[in-house]
Design a protein around this ligand. Structure first.
Ligand code: MSP
Length: 508
């Protein structure tokens, strides 16, 4: 029976167009989804949009339209971009869907029945863009500690979730599940927050309309984060498709940015504990991108539109850059100079060049065929050993979302084979040592095939092109890492002829 793997992205607010930050989380999830498929998992990959809340309501009012109309128009901006970025999601949630309303209200009622919800009054500092309340103590110079914007003092009747009850259970959960939050620095952050004691959380609003009504008291709208987090249940079939839900829940990984860690690693598990639903297995929080050294903002006019970068530099180049340039988990800076540098260096000079010169030699010296290895030489055994070691490293790093380290392992293979070509000089062997030539080209072909396989989750299109160009039939996406992880002799290859230009150099 296939093993199951369930990964999610956050659901994105629809009051703004998607930018590089949204693309980043989604591509990261796509990389993991593709990797897990190569590992033989049956993957459920969920993304979607977060349509409710005061921010969406305000944006719609400003445009003189209903928030649903705003959402209906904006949702395509996301789905079109995901198509353009070759995102292989298998589910897409909209929080305005009827089935989602049912899930949110069910969750609310279940928690209420546990006596974990009560009606009270709430007064505190509220940040509309962050949809979050802050206490006086949390403010930074009287402003929002997260986004530094001015706040409003709000007092309203509100339902509260007894989160204070979950301080101890959550603490003992965190202590026994040290990989629940990754990377480690984020785990420590969550742990110390919970150790400080949790306070009850306001989970309804009366100050606006656009959202899901609280069951039995429609004056109240369910807090947008309670609503949004429940998407992970809706999207995997909770209440609507039990078979699917049972296969995939608990979720294997929620991928998020560091700014929304508390919602996912504190609120969400507390809600689930209260409702008696199994907790997700891991939350991974990545860093933030700045642009040319500055925070991205509309007012600075420096918001990076992913579609434009793709049109200028190519899709796989963009995907690769995001994960090669910056350790996944840390903040990074996007600059045109940096992307050009990566394309010309790693992709054109190292990987692309290795593939194209190898294919040219296979065509020229062996008529486009890979022959049985003949005479083996001194360095071969060591080479194979190193590739095996790097294959293990790659997988170990992928499992913990260390994408940059996994890419480094793949590129070490590229570099090993570039050196191998130089040291073995097939053009000299072609003049008189056919037996050795056969072995060298056989090894080279295997090395390229394995590097291509490992790079596939990051660069799904170019790697399929290379796969074909080196004579393999079928697609990488249909094969498995286990099958392709050893050096083998392929009998039935298509003739190896030439590769189309892969990563053209860009003028610096
Ligand atoms: N709707 C909520 C999520 C609800 S999930 C139950 C939300 N939406 S968002 O559209 O504002 O942001 C979604 C994601 O984009 C977050 O993971 C956030 O970290 C990411 N990014 C937004 N700007 C970013 C950068 N500049 N850099 C990297 N990622 C950033 O929050």
């Amino acid at each position: 029976m296939a093993r199951h793997y369930y990964i999610t992205t956050p659901i994105y607010y629809i009051n703004d167009v998607p930018h590089i930050g949204h693309a980043y989380t989604t591509i990261a999830a796509d990389i993991m989804a593709r990797y897990k498929r190569l590992q033989g998992f049956d993957v459920f990959f969920l993304t979607g949009v977060d349509e409710h809340g005061q921010k969406a309501e305000k944006a719609a009012i400003a445009q003189g339209i209903h928030p649903k109309e705003l959402a209906d128009g904006m949702v395509h901006k996301f789905t079109d971009l995901w198509e353009k970025l070759d995102i292989s999601n298998t589910g897409f949630v909209r929080t305005t869907e009827e089935k989602h309303r049912k899930v949110v209200q069910h969750l609310f009622k279940t928690i209420e029945a546990k006596d974990d919800i009560y009606l009270g009054a709430y007064e505190d500092w509220y940040c509309i863009p962050c949809e979050s309340y802050f206490t006086e103590l949390q403010l930074k110079d009287g402003r929002c500690p997260d986004c530094n914007r001015p706040l409003e003092k709000l007092k309203e009747e509100s339902y509260f979730f007894r989160m204070s009850r979950y301080t101890e259970p959550l603490l003992s959960f965190l202590e026994s599940h040290q990989k629940f939050v990754m990377p480690e620095v984020r785990y420590n952050e969550v742990l110390s927050f919970v150790k400080g004691g949790l306070r009850d959380l306001s989970i309804s609003r009366t100050s606006f309309q656009w959202g899901i009504p609280v069951p039995d008291n429609p004056q109240h709208i369910v807090y947008v984060w309670f609503d949004a987090l429940a998407n992970y249940l809706t999207g995997s079939g909770f209440l609507s498709d039990n078979g699917t839900f049972e296969q995939y829940w608990p979720c294997d990984a929620h991928l998020i940015g560091k700014d929304i860690l508390r919602f996912h690693a504190v609120y969400w598990p507390s809600f689930l504990m209260s409702a008696g639903i199994a907790l997700p297995k891991a939350v991974f929080a990545h860093g933030w991108w700045t642009v040319e050294g500055q925070k991205m903002s509309k007012s600075l006019g420096n918001v990076v539109a992913p579609a434009e970068i793709v049109d200028t530099y190519g899709l796989d180049q963009f995907r690769f850059f995001l994960f090669r340039e910056v350790p996944f988990g840390l903040d990074g800076d996007f600059s045109r100079e940096a992307i050009v540098h990566r394309i010309n260096g790693d992709l054109a000079n190292d990987f692309g060049n290795l593939v194209s010169r190898s294919v040219t030699m296979i065509k020229k010296f062996q008529d486009g065929k890979i022959e049985q290895p003949g005479e083996s030489g001194g360095t071969d055994e060591h080479l194979v050993e190193q590739v095996q070691r790097l294959l293990v490293d790659y997988q170990k790093e992928m499992e913990v979302f260390a994408f940059h380290k996994a890419l480094a392992a793949a590129f070490e293979i590229v570099s090993l084979f570039n050196k191998y070509v130089d040291s073995e000089a097939p053009w000299n062997l072609a003049k008189g040592n056919k037996a050795r030539l056969q072995t060298v080209l056989h090894n080279l072909w295997n090395g390229i095939r394995i590097a291509t396989l490992l790079l596939h989750p990051f660069m799904p299109r170019k790697t399929e092109t290379i796969w074909k160009a080196i004579g393999l039939q079928g697609e990488i996406a249909e094969t498995s890492m286990e099958r392709e992880s050893c050096f083998y002799h392929a009998e039935a290859l298509s003739p190896i002829d030439k590769v189309p230009p892969l990563f053209p150099r860009i003028g610096e």
